[in-house]
Design a protein around this ligand. Structure first.
Ligand code: NAP
Length: 315
């Protein structure tokens, strides 16, 4: 049970979520004199807090650490006039104005809302997967593929993400082994054809990842144990990296029955925009994006949302 909120705070613009989308929305909104209030959630910073080196965010000649980048965004949002509160929102009511969000600490009312609650990569839950995460086990080929030049890597999964990651990784790796638990991919036919034609890709059907193996000092992946999903037989395969691509979960539990969501649980927005089905409520970042999922695209969507709110509030 959550505690009873201490008091109500009213703001013109409430931003829910403290990742790149939320902070960028806040920076634009604060500079437009909207005095935004941003609620970060209990683990501020989003997915970049568990990332090490970020080499693809523009503006950094050398890699920046994920948490460092998020701290810089936080500081910038605060310096330009955003009120930032750490709180856990438990319930929202967008059926009447002002909109309401109830947190553990406060109840927030707002004339407009931007939802930037993000998404989480799904993991298999293996102990060895956790142990080597960041040391050869990754959830993002675009982020980490570069570190596997001429190496052998595996991609676990059989959806669009897994196939796109595998194709992307062929630009870097010597060999890409796709491991799928069935004998058929779930994703688009065109990607399946590209996978079949690519000489660098080998598919191991009917197998799942049972264990990641590797060395200790320095920590590095050296192989994987695969288990046949039909016979239970296991085999060892030498690889330098493992990309887990079994889907993402958008953080939209709060908005079920409140906003229109798609079949995968992402918030639906009008084509080419960040407007939800409720006028005055906008959504930006990975909570609406299952295709690009980059810090820079999330930031771009956050910027769009702030500009749209400005137009909405002045209309
Ligand atoms: P997804 O479609 O849910 O696919 C997840 C894959 O991981 C499935 O092949 C599934 O196997 C496998 N999987 C799940 N749990 C597993 C486990 N515990 N062990 C082994 N394998 C497991 O996820 P996604 O590929 O991230 O795509 C999510 C949504 O985004 C989809 O609607 C997709 O079309 C969309 N998307 C679109 C694009 C694009 O348009 N370019 C790009 C990426 C994603 P099974 O097949 O056996 O269930």
């Amino acid at each position: 049970m959550s505690s009873v909120p201490a008091h109500t705070k009213h703001t013109k613009l409430l931003i829910i979520g403290g990742g790149p989308a939320g902070y960028t929305a806040a920076i634009y909104a604060a500079r437009a004199a909207m005095k935004p209030l941003l609620v970060t959630g209990l683990q501020p910073g989003g997915q970049l807090m568990t990332t090490t080196e970020v080499e693809n965010f523009p503006g950094f000649a050398h890699a920046v650490q994920g948490p460092e980048l998020m701290q810089a965004m936080y500081d910038q949002a605060k310096n330009v006039g955003t009120e930032i509160i750490t709180d856990h929102i438990n319930r929202v009511d967008f059926s009447k104005k002002p909109f309401t969000a109830v947190g553990d600490e406060h109840t927030y009312t707002a004339d407009a809302v931007i939802i930037c609650t993000g998404a989480q990569a799904k993991w298999l839950g293996l102990e060895s997967e956790i142990k080597f995460r960041g040391y050869g086990v990754s959830g993002c080929a675009t982020c980490d593929g570069f570190f596997f030049k001429n190496k052998v890597v595996a991609v676990i999964g059989g959806g669009n993400s897994a196939m796109e990651e595998a194709l992307y990784l062929t630009h870097h790796a010597r060999e890409v082994i796709v491991v799928h638990r069935r004998d058929q991919f779930r994703g688009e036919k065109i990607l399946q054809e590209r996978i079949a034609k690519n000489p660098k890709i080998r598919v191991i059907w009917h197998h799942e990842l049972a264990e990641v193996t590797g060395q200790e000092n320095p920590k590095a992946v050296q192989g994987m144990v695969l288990k046949n999903t039909q016979t239970g037989a296991t085999q060892n395969v030498a690889v330098d990296g493992i990309f887990v691509a079994i889907g993402h979960s958008p953080a939209t539990e709060l908005f079920k029955g409140v906003l229109d969501l798609d079949n995968d649980g992402y918030i639906k927005t009008a084509p080419g925009s960040v407007k939800t089905n409720v006028p005055g409520v906008f959504a930006a970042g990975d909570v609406i994006d299952k295709v690009y999922r980059q810090a820079v695209t999330a930031a771009g969507l956050g910027c769009m949302a702030a500009l749209d709110v400005e137009r909405y509030l002045s209309a």
